[in-house]
Design a protein around this ligand. Structure first.
Ligand code: GDP
Ligand code: MN
Length: 366
């Protein structure tokens, strides 16, 4: 059932430039990047951009994560580039590998076949480990245990506008759980059974569903193999909800770690992990996060940072272009979030000019 958006569901935190409150209290937060040594150049580009447009006033620490030890050059470059300190963390092997029960030979074969089938990135074993990691294990890392909030960044990102307020403080003040910039459509071939698995978990745990519906759609007298086959083709769950493949693009996220560390989310992740879908299919962490948020949270807990100029790959959001464009309304499981502002209908190209830049730079005597 599609829930109607209420008024003022998600206003921008500020609509004008702020004088950065450099002495105000901070939240317990870290900026986090998973990255390979070989991506140093792109990683520096992101860090420089975020420092210039935000962190030179706010000085949040940056935590770099890697499945291999960081090189001396990487660490030196980041120590020189971060204003709030840098930490370098090695991800434990068990959190970056096949689940122990999995038949690795079968999984490796499946990954090769997915690659031959042309499913995006699906032929790379490391990409599957990355998606599984970011879907669940990331949140329970020892290295992040003492933080309440994270801001995820990636190599090769541009921030175009000055972020002249503290987004962590505003998220906390307004009781938000998850913030995003861009939403996209997932490739259906990466996740043929993801929605069905999530809806199975949902029904098992009684989320927004009724016994009557359950009995009608998946009657218990049908033997299991046939029920399973029926549900494989199920594009809708027993409540009539379906998934449009829309999701929040997860290379940018500002979110509450406690939500993702909590019993509900981790229970869902463990359920998904046990199905093997992170390897026998190529489920992306963005899709997993988005579906979980849609199912477990009220829509007003999700914030669209429409005021941030942001680019990664070919997709960007420019607040100057967004004027008169569609506003994000709500996403609950089964409803369509509208696109944010990457669409080609909005001209302007990648180079977004933001008024904040000039104003803040002037005010900071720079
Ligand atoms: P895309 O955004 O889906 O194209 O995927 P990316 O290649 O950008 O990967 C997402 C994030 O995971 C980026 O921050 C990468 O640096 C990181 N990443 C991907 N694969 C690996 C890996 O094998 N090792 C490490 N350390 N980081 C990885
Ligand atoms: Mn990326």
């Amino acid at each position: 059932a599609v829930r109607q958006p209420t008024r003022n569901l998600d206003e921008p935190f500020y609509t004008s430039c702020q004088e950065p409150a450099v002495d105000a209290p901070r939240e317990n937060a870290a900026i986090v990047m998973l990255v390979r040594n070989s991506e140093l150049e792109g990683a520096l580009k992101t860090v420089h951009s975020l420092e210039r447009h935000f962190n030179r006033w706010f000085h949040y620490p940056m935590v770099f994560l890697n499945d291999e030890p960081f090189s001396y050059d990487f660490q030196r470059a980041m120590n020189e580039s971060t204003s709030g300190g840098a930490r370098f963390e090695l991800i434990p092997k068990e959190e970056w590998s096949f689940p122990e029960w999995m038949d690795e030979r079968a999984a490796t074969k499946s990954i090769a076949a997915q690659g031959r089938a042309g499913i995006m990135y699906a032929g790379m074993e490391s990409y599957h480990h990355m998606c599984r990691f970011y879907s669940g294990k990331f949140y329970t890392l020892e290295a992040l245990r003492d933080y309440k909030w994270y801001w995820r960044i990636e190599p090769d990102v541009d921030f175009y506008c000055s972020i002249s307020y503290d987004p962590f403080v505003e998220m906390a003040r307004r009781d938000k759980v998850y913030g995003f910039t861009i939403s996209l459509i997932e490739g259906a071939d990466t996740c043929p059974t993801l929605f069905r698995q999530i809806s199975d978990w949902k029904e098992k745990h009684g989320y927004r569903t009724t016994e009557l519906w359950k009995a009608m759609v998946s009657p218990s007298w049908v033997p299991w193999p046939f029920r399973s086959m029926m549900s494989w083709f199920r594009a809708r769950d027993s409540k009539g909800d379906s998934w449009s493949l829309c999701h929040y693009w997860s290379n940018f996220e500002i979110a509450d770690l406690d939500f993702f560390r909590g019993q509900d989310y981790q229970g869902l992740f463990n359920h998904l992990d046990r199905t093997g879908g992170f390897y026998y299919e190529r489920w992306g962490d963005a899709a997993v996060h988005s579906l979980a948020l849609g199912m477990l949270l009220d829509p007003e807990k999700v914030h669209h940072f429409e005021d941030l100029g942001y680019r990664h790959d070919f997709f960007f959001q420019c607040p100057a272009n967004a004027q008169g464009g569609q506003r994000w309304e709500s996403q609950v499981l089964g409803s369509d979030p509208t696109y944010t502002s990457w669409s080609p209908e909005r001209p302007g190209g990648i180079g977004c000019r933001c008024e904040c830049d000039g104003a803040v730079t002037r005010n900071m005597g720079n």
